[in-house]
Write a protein that binds this ligand. Sequence first.
Ligand SMILES: C[S@@+](CC[C@H](N)C(=O)[O-])C[C@H]1O[C@@H](n2cnc3c(N)ncnc32)[C@H](O)[C@@H]1O
Length: 255
Amino acid sequence: MLIEGLHYLTTPVPRAQRTLGYLRESVLLMSRSRRCRAAWADHLDAARSAIRQSCADLDRRRTAVVLGSGLLDDVPLAHLAQCFERVILVDMVHLWPARWAAHRYANVALQVSDLSGCVKWLRGEGERCADPLSVFDRRDIDFVVSANCLSQLPILPLDWFESRNRPPPDELGHSIVAGHLEGLSRLQTRVCLIADTEQVTDNREGQLVERSDLLHGIVLPEPDRSWIWEIAPFGEVERHRRERHRVQAHLDWRP
Ligand SMILES: C[S@@+](CC[C@H](N)C(=O)[O-])C[C@H]1O[C@@H](n2cnc3c(N)ncnc32)[C@H](O)[C@@H]1O
């Protein structure tokens, strides 16, 4: 709790990241990732390996961009920093551990960007951004990773409406997920998409308790790789239940 409070108080973030809950979510994610280190290890290895393979055959290696870089747990940062002239880590919030990791490399930069396109709109500062990824459609970018952030993008925008007892616009979650996938498809570069698609809750008897779609009705094509991420082992959320996510990796995203 103390550590969480320190991060909450000392992380340099714009005001919106606090008021809309992005900082709180990042700190909670960090705490859970530390508690669940063993349960998450295979998932993180699989994600890092997928990213390494996705960029292995690229001829040009100028800039790599990691969308949803977060804690960098699933990002092979040392490998990317070595293989590319420049690496840009993009997230709403960069907590201290990610800042310190990035500062070890002269060619790694942090960028704060809203990948959902909703933040300014929710703050009453204009319309929803139709294509938040268009800023990454640059000739010097040779590799883009969407690092397990797809299912996260609609969560806080939908919470914003729920906390105000207001119905969200029709299909908001669906359109945020679809918008991210379409934005990735428009990029003229190698794209590695890693995304969790489904949550399965089961009990200690192995019985299925609940299954939920994390992508608001969007079904991804057959992945190159898929695996199970034990995101909440028994005892993390409930004593006799655990939550597992199906994760897909698309090493060259072209739907
Ligand atoms: C499950 S985490 C991804 C894990 C991360 N790659 C890591 O290794 O820690 C999802 C990430 O998406 C980020 N995120 C959620 N909504 C976002 C938004 N609208 N714009 C940018 N990043 C966002 C969160 O801050 C979080 O770091």
